[in-house]
Design a binder for this molecule. Sequence first.
Ligand code: MN
Ligand code: MN
Length: 454
Amino acid sequence: MEGLIYKKQNFYDIASEKEIKDAENFAGEYMQFLDKAKTEREACREAVILAEQAGFKQFDFGQKLKKGDKRYFLNHNKEIILFKIGSNNLEEAGMKIIGAHIDSPRLDLKPNPVFEEGGMCYFKTHYYGGIRKYQYLTSPLSLHGAVVKANGEKFEFVIGENQDDPIFYISDLLPHLSQGQEEQKLREVFSGEQLNLVVGGKTSKKQKEQKLKNNVLEILKSRFGMSDADFMSSEISAVPMHKAREVGFDRAFIAGYGHDDKSCAYPALRAILESKSDETVMVWLVDKEEIGSEGNTGAQSKLFEDLIDEICDNFNASPRKVRRNSKCLSADVTSAYDPNYSTVFDKTNVAQVSCGTCIMKYDGAKGKSDSNDASAELMGELRKAMEEAGVLWQTGELGRVDLGGGGTISKFIAKLNIDTIDIGVPVISMHAPYELISKADLYSTYKAFKAFFK
Ligand code: MN
Ligand code: MN
C-alpha cells in the first residue's frame, strides 16, 4: 500500500496465478465444511474430526499439560476451544487467540410446535437471531434436531439435506391478494407467529380427531420413537437447505447459508490446525453470538476465562499477566458495500468485496456504543503484521452512522483485559438464508489468521 493517497486494491488485480489458485482450492474446502456444519453442534462435530486428524486430543479440567501439547475442549457439544501450548514463556508472551462464532440465524421449533389447519399440518417456530422474516417465506428448509426422550435417551437427525429428502416450507401471500399488505409498514407485515412450517398433509386412518397431526406424529413415532411431548426436550432448527454454490460466470463468489460466521470460523480452525508457531495459540469457536452471547456456550460464559486459568495453572503463570499480554482477533463478518443499497453505507468507510479481509477498529451503534473500539497501537501492530505477510486487507464500518449497527464477541473478550480487535470477511446480504462472499476475501482472512499465528 504505497503512495500518498490510500486506495483499496482488488485481489484479482494484484494476486499471482498461484495465489488465485490457492484461493480457489481453499474456497472448495470451505464449501464442503459449510454444507456439513449448518448448526453449532454440526460445526463442533466437524471441528473435532479435523482436530483429531491433525493430532489434537480432547482436554478436560484437571489434566496435565506440557509444552507442545495440542488439545481441544468441547463444551456441551456446542462450543469448542482448541489450543496449542507454545515453547516460549507463557507469562511474558501471552496467548494469541482467534474467536469466531458457529451459530447462525435460523428458525427454532417452539416447545409445543405441532398443529393442523386448512388441510395442512404445521410446526410453529420462534426465530433465532436477527432475520428479515420475509426471506424465509417460500424458501426450502431442512430440519436439524437433537431430541431427548422421556427415558433420557438422546438422538439427532437431519431431514431435508439429501436430494431425495422432503423439505419444509413456509407460505407467502399471493400478489393478487396483497393490496392491503402493501399499504402496511414492513415491520408490521410479517409476524413471527406466521412463520409456521408445512410438515404434512395426509390423514391418519387410526384416529377420528386431529388426523393430520396424528399422521405426522405416527411417522415420527415409527421413525425415531419420539412422541409429541418429546418436542419439549428438544432443539430442532429449520435452516436453509441450500448447499454452498459458486456464483458468477467467473465463479468469483460463494453463496451459502451461515457465512456469518463460518467464513471466519473455518479459516481460524484451519490456521490453528496448520500452526507451527512456538507461541501458545488458541481458537475459540463459540455458540449463541446471534442471540447476545448468552448461556453457558456463549462468549459471556465463564468457560473461556476458566480455561485460560487452567492452562496458566499448569505452567505456574499468573493468569492476570497472561491475559494482559495476550492478543485476540475477534473474527466475525462485516457488511460489504452493496450497489443495490448504496445509501446505507459510507462509501469511503465500508468494505468492498474482493479487497481483502476487513479489520475493524470498532463496531457498535449510536456513537460506538456497545463497541470494543480497539487501540491505535493494536491496529498499528496488526497492520504491520499484515503488510509484512503480504495479506490483502482493508478497513470498514458496518454502515452509515446512526442507521443501525451490530456487535460481536470482541467486547466480552476485551473485558478480560485481552487486547482485542475485530476482523472478518465482508458479506453481501448478511443474515439472509443465502449470503454472498468473495473467495478472495475468504482466502485473505485465512492468510491473515495464518500470519497472526506465525
Ligand atoms: Mn457474526
Ligand atoms: Mn450475525
